[in-house]
Ligand binder design. Sequence first.
Ligand code: SF4
Ligand code: ZN
Ligand code: ZN
Length: 296
Amino acid sequence: MRCSLCKKKAVIKHPRFCKEHFIKYYENKVGKVLDRIKGSSVLVALSGGKDSSALAYAMQKQAKKYNIKITLCFIDIGVNTISKEWKPKAEKLGAELDLPLHIIKLQDFKTSIPELSEKINRVPCSICGIAKRYLLNKTAQEKNFDYVATGHNLDDTYYFFMHSLHQQDLKGILRYGKILRPDIKNNLAGRIRPQIYLTEHENKLYCEINEIPFSSVTCPYSQESSQQKFKKENTETPRHQKLNLVRSIRRLRNKSPLLEEEKKSTEYTLNPCVSCGFPTTTKRNKCSFCSMVEDY
Ligand code: SF4
Ligand code: ZN
Ligand code: ZN
């Protein structure tokens, strides 16, 4: 198998590239997003897994070119496997890249994902998502970062769009993108997802080629996650099919004036949470995180 550009030995089949062209292609995808947020400070959510580790590395490599200031952030959700397996990898990468790493512990809020899940009687992953989004935004706001960067890949994005289509969640579809600008008025940091056109496989390969430390151990709750179940059921879905769906939805969204109107009408009405002051869309005036942590 030969590279489609230079005929050297290919390291990946789709797209068919040699090592050098794959690295160029990969970093170009991440760079395109950095180019649109030049001069910003970014908090990179680092889990210790392949996706966010590859992201932190590719961003740091291009930080000077795009004048981006990067800091890493690891959220310790109080699950043993994650503290023991993922955290050391995140710390190792932080040291190798010579980047500051904030470690935010749910323990500091006197709780953990397993404890909350039992108390509230909800699946761990849905609570975990709420907690991570909240803590990342809180950290970014308190430490004056413009953006939070997350390692959502093409497979995650494909799942998100398919799920949202089934749920008829137009609001979710309209808000999910590569760049969400900061909302200063509402205390919301911007969001970037530079890997939405890069697959899990490409992220892993990028880590392996660059000898980036990452953990392959899975979270014990991943079996219960609807996203993981969906991914298992769709292992045969080819990359081009995922790319086509994600591109089509994004193009449709960007081009359609009707959807722009819809976007405006579905914009969240945000109020400050009575407990923490960060924005909430809930009718109870208390954000989901504070409700989980304080009311149960
Ligand atoms: Fe959180 Fe679920 Fe991922 Fe575990 S599998 S880290 S609980 S979202
Ligand atoms: Zn090549
Ligand atoms: Zn709150």
